[in-house]
Write a protein that binds this ligand. Sequence first.
Ligand SMILES: Cc1ncc(COP(=O)(O)O)c(C=O)c1O
Length: 450
Amino acid sequence: MLGDAVFYGDVLATGGLDDRLTRGRVLRRAQELMADAVHAEHTFFSTCGSSLSVKAAMLAVAGPHEKLLIGRDAHKSVVSRLILPGIEPVWVEPSWDARLHLAHPPSAEEFERAFAAHPDAKGALITSPTPYGASADLRAVAEVCHRRSAPLIVDEAWGAHLPFHPDLPSWAMDAGADICVTSIHKMGSGLEQGSVFHLRGDLVPPKLLGMRADLLATTSPSALIFAGLDGWRRQMALRGRELMGGALELAAEVRAAVEEIDGMHVNDREDFCGPGRAHGFDPLPVVIDLDGLGVTGFQAADWLREHRSVVAHLTDHRRIGMQVTHGDDRETAGELLAALKDLARAAPGLDPAPRVEVSSPAGLRMPQVALPRDAFFGPAEDVPLDRAAGRVAAEMITPYPPGIPAVLPGERLAEPVLRYLRSGLDAGMYLPDPSDPALRTIRVVAGSGG
Ligand SMILES: Cc1ncc(COP(=O)(O)O)c(C=O)c1O
């Protein structure tokens, strides 16, 4: 069913791609070339997605019961790395936009405040750019960390393309970060699960990072995924600027054309950037606000997939995100625009948008009263949703995409978050991780106060 080629290419990494003792240095050379292409000193390939890369990076910086400063808008893969070794998170507040109901990366001042309150923190982790394309002032955050000789990890899962064009937001390795993690399968053109992490400077020894990554990695990596990473590096090293330049031009045209469609508004730099909001902006994720169309992002994404075979990379209660890449051209952009115009025409005939109860930013933040590991592994019980407020969560609950947990193990549950999740689920939100996917019950720490 899959054809021959995929199996012929699926060779063993050791004893196939290279000889028994890896004397050809095939993987090493590919990693060195990648490091050179993206201004890193060391690069590590992973065939287990950035979900593994980010865990390896965290393990290299903080161990059991050590503190790590983390932007609260972190992806769920970060949280699982808190649960397993028992790292203590010190949450750093993102820049919340209450009007757009969006979180942008935390500012350098927030990291400064967090370090002042927790001078024993071993380092910091920030997500930039976000899946919406908002980016942090990485240079300033790195400076805050380095004043204390603490390493900065950047979860740059959405930033594989950033090193290759000056009009894109700054790339973590250029901005002074110590480790950055990137999914090549997201904004690059590797195969699914292809991810890399890069290292610079002397705060994290490369051997240590390699050893910690080895704890997590598979011993049977896919040579096809490695080849996808290497092929992407070659394409970008030779033609990155031209290809990214083309994608940026196309994205600008698509953005202007979508803005003309009645009821749609494309989030642009003015929406995202400014004091108290994001520092920079990546125009390739075309994030479309559908508030004026009276449909949710969930309804719009379902309609586009079912009726026009167009897939949104991001959906939330009021937006969809369409990803323009260097693989697009006028034809694919034309198909997207035709599909969006059809959606605008069909919208009045869709069911009225179910209301998702999104609270104020303050209402969405719940106190972390226990270590994620203790809450996750300790005695737990399932309680009905309407009796969960005040109890301490023993599980993670994550609207997907974008994959930022609304509830973490160890957080004291509050009504506004429970209402958001309940109304979101009724409106079509996807929650892949709770123990009861219908959210009739929530798993909480046994005996926690209610
Ligand atoms: C910010 C962020 N970090 C990490 C990941 C995990 O990446 P991967 O899917 O490559 O495992 C994702 C996935 O969506 C993400 O959005």
